[in-house]
Write a protein of this length. Structure first.
Length: 453
């Protein structure tokens, strides 16, 4: 069988003087979201995609190249030209939009995906696409086309009725990778894995030991911790993690967390039984200045970062934030917001959300004045202790009653025209522990302000 000649032309000089075409490329996540409710799929491959686009007569000479058989120039858009991807993408997009088939077809360069809810509907969609190809003189490479399947490989993923997993072929390649021996090999491994980071929970935290080896002037030293991170990242992928495709009709749930190393979030949606399934994972390591944040600020950062990452899904819709920390309460209550706290508060105000607290030690509620007729005397109540517990310990501590006033058998101290509950010595440690559970660790002075406003 005679081998075909493939042209590989160096257009660096031409590219250097060409103005960049700013046509935005399709977002793969956005394309995949279109497939949410589809059950039948086809993928079409355009034969020599760029060659579908003719060059202007005056521009053909610019594509000229030298061979041992003479000088040639292209009649069509050549591979290697810097603006070829943008030009090709724009033309295919315009063709699909002109024929109003964006509701059942999407494209990424020379790959066109067709998706339908039933086989009959799919045949009608295919017929329409074939007519468009004939009308627009688009040629398909039949050997690479796949028709009417309930599961397909598209854009590096396996897709089947609302679920998505990494492509088996790509996973096999990752599985065979050996531990890297230098920075270049490590960068290659991380590049392969990073393409599927949205499938890996706590991705940034896991890869942190590997990140250290990428730092400038860092001596290469492959430790047991690095090996563990390498194996864990591989195992997380080769076990075929499954994500559900985003469905705009279903409720959205955001789970956030933070540590001293990284922040992360999971976007989830319920199935027909109400069970939550991940749509996407997100995580990143902390920047150097962020490592100085207290844990409460880190929890806030995790939430704000998640809203940024999932903005496309969340903006304009009601969703639920699940957290094991009262970071949002703290952010709402903290006084005189400035700098990043003000920016975070402003960003949160743009979203319509409800907060639900995850399992953890329940905060003890003791709003003394919500159950007693002396509410006018105290401006702020901290939900840290039960009223009966306060009374009992005040009596046990033998406090000097002459220094205080009694309201409903509870000792209070008047300060700046406010009556404040006298916390017995035996309960002060408990107050601090409960306050830390409710407010986190905002720092000494901030904690004092929260407990004693």
């Amino acid at each position: 069988m005679k081998k075909k000649t493939r042209l590989c032309i160096d257009y660096r000089k031409l590219n250097a003087i060409c103005k960049t075409d700013a046509e935005p490329l399709p977002r793969i996540d956005t394309l995949l979201d279109k497939l949410t409710n589809a059950k039948i799929f086809s993928t079409l491959d355009l034969a020599s995609g760029y060659w579908h686009i003719p060059l202007h007569e005056k521009d053909k000479e610019k594509s000229a190249f030298v061979t041992n058989e003479g000088l040639y120039e292209f009649q069509v858009l050549p591979f290697g030209f810097r603006n070829a991807p943008a030009i090709f993408n724009r033309i295919i997009r315009r063709i699909l939009n002109k024929h109003k088939c964006s509701t059942f077809a999407c494209h990424y360069f020379d790959d066109i995906g067709i998706f339908s809810n039933s086989l009959e509907e799919h045949y009608a969609h295919l017929e329409q696409i074939f007519k468009i190809c004939e009308e627009e003189n688009i040629k398909l490479k039949f050997s690479k086309c796949v028709f009417a399947k309930d599961e397909i490989n598209f854009l590096g993923y396996e897709i089947k009725e609302g679920c998505i997993t990494p492509d088996n072929h790509n996973l096999e390649s990752i599985k065979k990778l050996q531990p890297p021996k230098n920075v270049k090999q490590l960068q290659g491994f991380l590049g392969s894995v990073n393409a599927y980071n949205k499938f890996i929970d706590s991705y940034a935290k896991i890869r942190e030991p590997l990140n250290q080896l990428l730092k400038k002037d860092k001596q290469w030293h492959w430790t047991a911790e690095c090996q563990k991170a390498f194996e864990l990242l591989k195992n997380k992928l080769v076990t075929k993690p499954v994500l559900h495709l985003y469905d705009p009709k279903l409720p959205l749930h955001v789970f956030c967390d933070a540590s001293q190393v990284a922040i992360g979030a999971i976007l989830k949606q319920p199935d027909s039984s109400g069970n939550l399934h991940p749509v996407s994972y997100h995580s990143r390591t902390l920047r150097n200045y962020e490592k100085n944040y207290c844990i409460t600020e880190l929890k806030c950062l995790a939430i704000v970062d998640a809203l940024d990452k999932f903005y496309y899904y969340l903006h304009g819709k009601k969703f639920i934030i699940h957290t094991d920390h009262a970071a949002l309460v703290w952010l709402k209550n903290v006084k005189n917001l400035r700098g990043r706290l003000f920016c975070w508060s402003l960003k949160l105000s743009m979203f319509y959300y409800e907060v639900k607290y995850l399992n953890g030690k329940a905060n003890v509620e003791a709003d003394m004045l919500s159950r007693h007729p002396t509410a006018q005397y105290i401006q702020h109540s901290v939900h840290l202790l039960e009223l009966d517990e306060i009374k009992t310990h005040q009596n046990l501590d033998n406090l000097d009653n002459s220094k205080y006033k009694k309201i409903n058998d509870v000792l209070v101290l008047k300060k700046k025209n406010l009556f404040k509950i006298v916390v017995p010595f035996s309960l002060r440690r408990k107050v601090l522990q409960n306050a830390h559970e409710q407010f986190g660790y905002p720092g000494t002075q901030k904690m004092i302000n929260l407990i004693t406003p």
